[in-house]
Design a protein around this ligand. Structure first.
Ligand code: S3P
Length: 436
């Protein structure tokens, strides 16, 4: 599908972003491991979360998806009948994680501990992404996981410890220092650790999103975070099911935050966006660029902080982004690059090499596509240098099959002169089906 966007004269109104993708995945997975019924409202029925849902159903978990939810563009309700730690059944077919790294990496941790064999694959993009980052720590716990290309890529074949002769038929806890600040790797290890003997201690190089930790705590797991170290001790009691409302996705809200910041006549109120500090680096970035941003009505939903965000047009200045801020804005960097393209001065983004192993190489794809619209942007091995220009011009650009790049280009079209066409625009279905 091609989407055309023309420059908007004005951008005023209120937007409620869809449910958070990371939290929707975790609500499904953790409630499947719990024993009993949990109800999730404001679940994100986008392709990535539906991949997780289908995999869990294939593992024998009964999950009801509200009809309004199954039409992807709506928000809705899911009921999960958790099977408990010992209730999963071996899948009859290959599990399909689609485009979703979160599905594959988190489920690898769960599957590594089960008493059966499973195979998990994904689409062409996911099959190029590094899986050794989960295979290595899970193998240290006693897991038996094989992957393509010398155990680095999916499809993955996972044989449970009871089948591969591990003593006692169970994984064992480890002490592990994460080589990168990845919430997916951290969560994969934590999921395996729930089924292991002994404590698991994870040291993070920098904080990454902590939704798994918050949810596990609320479900009665024995987990504590001290500084950058997380310790999980296995418990014999089952996890308690967790009924919750999923907060709005700050990563989806980010597109409207940027639209409001860079458009000359904008005032957008974003209702109910998650503002968990491990996710909301975008707010700091906008503030450092001089944006007019107000945080209103701060509250807690479940264990997650939520707020309404009011963004208004204002002249933006270039900024420097790097270090520990990167994991807290990692998914927002394409849209930050867009804002930097029309800010005054220079923006430098460093320490973001992880972008090269996202759904696409997001450094090179962002640089390539924003350049087509007249941005002055150059690639660094681990980031970008962007010199602001006065005006972007419409053009024909490509999503590269990446949802976040497609939406960034859509927002660019709202401020660029003339018309912007985005090809393969349907890819927004991965995280924000109602975006267009
Ligand atoms: C996610 C973690 C991040 C993020 C991804 C979702 C998660 O990936 O980019 O969109 O839900 O845990 P990494 O763990 O690879 O940093």
């Amino acid at each position: 599908m091609e989407q055309r966007v023309t420059r908007a004269r004005t951008l005023k109104g209120e937007i409620t972003p869809p449910g958070d993708k990371s939290i929707s995945h975790r609500a499904l997975i953790l409630n499947s491991i719990a024993r009993g019924r949990a109800e999730i409202s404001n679940f994100l029925p986008a392709a990535d979360c539906l991949s997780t849902l289908a995999c869990l159903q294939a593992l024998g978990v009964e999950i009801e998806l509200d009809r309004a939810c199954s039409e992807r563009s709506r928000r809705g309700k899911v009921v999960i009948h958790g099977v408990g730690k010992k209730g999963f059944v071996g899948p009859r077919d290959v599990l399909d994680a689609g485009n979703s790294g979160t599905t594959m990496r988190l489920l690898a941790g769960l599957l590594a501990a089960q008493p059966f064999v499973s195979v998990i694959t994904g689409d062409a993009s996911l099959r190029t992404r590094p899986m050794d980052r989960v295979i290595q720590p899970l193998s240290l716990m006693g897991a038996d996981i094989r992957g393509r290309d010398n155990n680095t890529r999916a499809p993955l074949t996972i044989r449970g410890p009871a089948l591969s002769g591990v003593e006692g038929g169970m994984l064992h806890g480890i002490r592990y220092r994460l080589p990168m600040a990845s919430a997916q790797v951290k969560s994969s290890i934590l999921l395996a650790a729930l089924f292991a003997t002994g404590d698991t201690i994870i040291e993070q190089p920098a904080p990454s999103r902590d939704h798994t930790e918050r949810m596990l705590q609320a479900m009665g797991a024995s987990i504590k975070s001290e500084g950058s170290t997380i310790t999980l001790s296995p418990i014999t009691d089952p996890l308690a099911p967790l009924t919750l409302r999923i907060p709005g996705d700050i990563s989806s809200a980010a597109f409207w935050l940027m639209a409001g910041a860079i458009h000359p006549d904008a005032r957008i109120r974003i209702m109910g966006a998650g503002t968990n500090p491990t996710r909301s680096g975008i707010i700091e970035v906008l503030q450092s660029m001089g944006a007019s941003l107000k945080i209103e009505n701060e509250r807690l939903e479940g264990r997650e902080p939520v707020a309404d965000l009011l963004i208004e047009s204002s002249p933006l200045e270039g900024t420097n982004i790097g270090g520990d801020l990167i994991p807290r804005v990692i998914d927002e960097i394409p849209t930050i690059a867009l804002a930097a393209s029309v800010a005054s001065g220079t923006t430098v983004i460093r320490d973001a090499g992880e972008l090269r192993v996202k759904e696409v190489d997001r450094i090179s794809a962002t640089v390539r596509e924003l350049s087509k619209l007249g941005a002055d942007i150059e690639e660094l091995p681990d980031g970008m240098i962007i010199h602001g220009v006065a005006q972007l011009r419409g053009g024909r650009c490509h999503s590269h099959g990446d949802h976040r790049l497609a939406m960034t280009l859509g927002i660019a079209g709202l401020v660029a002169e003339g018309e912007t066409t985005i090809t393969d625009a349907e890819v927004v279905d991965i995280s924000y089906p109602a975006f267009w």
